[in-house]
Design a protein around this ligand. Sequence first.
Ligand code: SF4
Length: 373
Amino acid sequence: MAGIYVHIPFCKSRCAYCDFYSTTLGNVAMWRYVDAILAEAQLRADEIEQPVETVYFGGGTPSMLPPELIERLVAGLRLRDLDCREMTIEVNPDDVTAERAAAWREMGFNRVSMGVQSFVDEELRAVGRRHTAHQARQAIDTLRSAGFDNLSVDLIFGLPGQTVKSWQTSLNVALSVRPEHLSAYCLSYEPGTALWQQRERGEEVEATEPMVEEMYNLLRRASTDAGYEHYEISNFALPGRYSRHNSSYWDGTPYLGLGAGAHSFDGLWRRHINPADIAAFERDVLERGEVSGEDDVLGKEERYEEMVMLGLRTVAGIDLNRLERVLGADYRQRLLAGAAAHLADGLLLRAGDCLRLSATALLRSDMIIRDII
Ligand code: SF4
């Protein structure tokens, strides 16, 4: 089963923490970019593995794209014919209207992932989000009214000015609206972002480690008490509502990424990286008729590191048999040897042919992965 990812690199404004590839330049012709994606899909048609199980429109802000342009992509990529199980569009609350929600539904999207980040207005303002908490709640109601029964809400903890109490407030609101899926990430200060610069100038202070730990523990407790399954370090879902598309990134399923800055993976050794530059991407596929970007062929070491890193993020853990099939028996031995100390101290658990993090180890996953690798 494969996936298709479509990158829509447009944003109305930049959020202070974000380092995803997107542009806020209003003079970029969106229709030309859509044409470029369709041209790229044609050039790479033989890379689309059938059957396609998931489609994901991410960004940037896909909901900024006028519905007629999204429809042009859906029709041009023949997404309706794929009859895939999960078709997700990422949206921002301020773009959600009854008309747009109905149009997305009509086009075949059956899942919406909404970047809310916080249900506290001061926190939203502090990182330059364009919406209020009230707008986010309204957007959820609008999506429900349009018939979406599979919603994902993104939150961030460790935000500037956030306290454990205000994080509890955001969590309470998020859980009270019962999204089928909840993603919660710890704020990271990425080089080059506005937030990074604010911290450099001493205008922002990073949340302390004990505070972040308390917030994460609260997140785990509140979500699991509310019936959510904690299936990946940062992801929670009601039973049966795991994100199929994101799960495919963690379990090594092939996917084709279309658009500027998109990545692809053939499920084995080859990654393809499109230029994070709209003009270069359009020039390659529209004017030169060439596949844009570069291939990166992974060596065994890189693949091993990826399999360990991605596998240990999930509750399913690393499948030792699969690791052996892909890399050979010596890598299985190497992994078990590297894991021995943490199997002994209880941070890692082994069940049959799976190796996974214990609940208490989730926040220390980086350290454990480093130790193993
Ligand atoms: S967080 Fe989303 S909306 Fe904000 S700048 Fe990044 S991609 Fe754009």
